[in-house]
Every structure is written in C-alpha cells, then in structure tokens.
Write a protein that binds this ligand. Structure first.
Ligand code: FES
Ligand code: ZN
Length: 302
C-alpha cells in the first residue's frame, strides 16, 4: 500500500476516499480537510476570535491543536460539569495541554461558580443527566462567547457524531432538530454567537490518528453517562453500513445538507426568541433553563 500523495509506504487507509497516506501526508490531508470545511461554509477566518470548546476527548483536542497550528486565533473553554473523577481527569488533561503549548484556556466550574449539580437537577426535574448537561453546556458556550467578544464557537463534532444524530432525528422526525442540524449555525439574534463544526467531515478514527501522531494527551474514557445512550447504537448501525459501503456516512450527511435540510427551515423560523428576564441571555421562554436550574439547586440546598 503506497501513499497516494508521495508514493512512500502508506500507514493509514481511508476506504471512503479510496486513499492511503503516510503519516506526514495524513497530517497534510487532515489540515486540508479542516481548512476546506472552514472556507466552504464560511465558518471564520484568521481575523475572528474563536472559542473552541474542549472536553479532553480526542475530537476536541484534535480541533484545538489543528486550529492553533493553522494560525487561527483560538481560546479554549473547558466546563467542569461535576461528573466525579471523569470531570477531574478531563480538566487535568486540558490544563496540561494548554500549559505545554502556551495556549489560552478558560475553565468554568458549574458547581463552584453557579452552585449547579446535574444529579440534583436530573432527579428534581425528572430529566436525564445528559439532557440537563446539554442545556448547561449550550448556555455557557453562548454566554462565555458573547461576554468575551468571540465571533464564533467551534466544537469537535465529527462525522460519526453528525451521522448518528441525523439518523436519530430522522427516525423520530424531530423537525426542529433537523432544521438546526448543520456544520454552521448563523446567529439569529444579536446576543447569539455563531456555532461551527470544522471536523464534521472527519471520522472518529481520523481524529484518533491525528492525536496519536501528534502525541497529544487525551482522555480515553467516554463520559460515564454516555454508555447505553441511543447514539451509540446508531453509531454501531452506521459502522456496519459503512463497512459494506464505504462513504455511506459522508453521503448521508452531505446529501441531507444539500437536499434535505431546506425542507425543515420554516420550523426553525417559527421559534420566537426572547431575552431571559433574569440573565438577559436568549431563550424561548420567559426565564431561561439555566436560571431556573440555579433556583432549583439553591432550593435543594436550603
Ligand atoms: Fe454531559 Fe456526559 S458529558 S452527561
Ligand atoms: Zn437566564
């Protein structure tokens, strides 16, 4: 097997591209894919101030590294969600990386700063920990970016994540989510910051290879609440399809973005946006869920 670019011995085969690369050419391919996604979807340019959300996992660590190396103006944000040892270990990983590379990192701790506890919230509100956690993260991504004058928030969602989410949303015809599934979410309110996913065409395996080649430390374990989640099943099903027919995931996503998504746009436009009466952040209700969460946790403590 020879590298398609330099003809030296190849180290990794990417079946869906019908291409194999040596390590150096893989890194070239990887950065090229990222830059192409950024340009194609007008995500940002080198003048933008970019907030990269990092969890300590391979995808977000790869994103942070590649954007910094490509000369983008990035600051990372890590949110400690109070998920026991998992949170402590992941915080250490991102802090070490920031220090080694001399990169700027913002750390938010939901317990220390806001008194929030996702377990108390999940129990009191009868919601899953993942859904409470998701609301908190979305709120903080936007708030920290808006308050800090960032023009865009970048997350490490990869092709496997996007394809699994799309499959899940299609299986239950979640029109609202389908309308919003995109590598770029433009700002629809002056207080909302644009959201982008520069790795949406790269697979988990490619991100893993990237961090291993660059000797980037990352947390191998997944969030303990992720196991058993629906999305894992969808990923398994898609992996099976991909094995039989390489390129399935990519065709699924790109076909949806080109031909499917537009049919759901009127659902997205119907949502009326307001400003939260307590914190002023954008919400669809009188008071945003984050402010309600703070009240719930305060009451429980008393
Ligand atoms: Fe949010 Fe696991 S990362 S519940
Ligand atoms: Zn609020």
């Amino acid at each position: 097997m020879k590298c398609v670019r330099c003809k030296k011995k190849a180290k990794i085969l990417l079946k869906r591209h019908n291409a194999a690369f040596c390590n150096d050419c893989f890194l070239y391919y990887y950065a090229n894919q990222v830059n192409r996604n950024i340009r194609r979807h007008k995500m940002f340019d080198r003048n933008d101030k970019i907030l990269v959300v990092v969890s300590g996992g391979k995808d977000s660590m790869a994103l942070w590294d590649v954007l910094a190396k490509e000369g983008y103006n990035v600051v990372a944000m890590y949110i400690n969600l109070g998920i026991g040892e998992y949170s402590n270990r992941s915080q250490e990983v991102v802090e070490r990386f920031a220090q080694q590379k001399g990169l700027e990192l913002i750390v938010k701790d939901i317990k220390k700063e806001y008194g929030l506890d996702i377990y108390v919230l999940a129990k009191t509100l009868k919601r899953s920990t993942c859904s409470v956690c998701g609301s908190i993260k979305r709120y903080l991504f936007n708030k920290v970016a808006y308050d800090g004058g960032f023009s865009v928030v970048a997350t490490g969602h990869n092709l496997d994540d996007e394809a699994a989410t799309l499959l899940g949303n299609l299986l239950s015809w979640e029109e609202g989510y389908l309308a919003r599934q995109s590598p770029v979410l433009e700002k629809t309110h002056p207080k909302l910051v644009k959201k982008v996913k520069p790795l949406y065409t790269l697979t988990e395996r490619e991100n893993l290879y990237y961090v291993l080649l660059n000797r980037i430390e990352f947390l191998h374990e997944e969030c303990p609440h992720a196991t058993g989640a629906r999305s894992i099943l969808y990923k398994e099903v898609l992996n099976r399809l991909e094995e039989e027919s390489p390129g399935t995931k990519h065709r699924f996503i790109s076909g949806f973005l080109e031909k499917g998504r537009k049919h759901f746009q009127d659902v997205a436009e119907k949502l009326e946006l307001k400003e939260c009466k307590t914190c002023g952040q954008v919400t669809t209700t009188e008071e945003c869920s984050f402010c309600r969460f703070i009240k719930v946790c305060n009451q429980q403590e008393r």
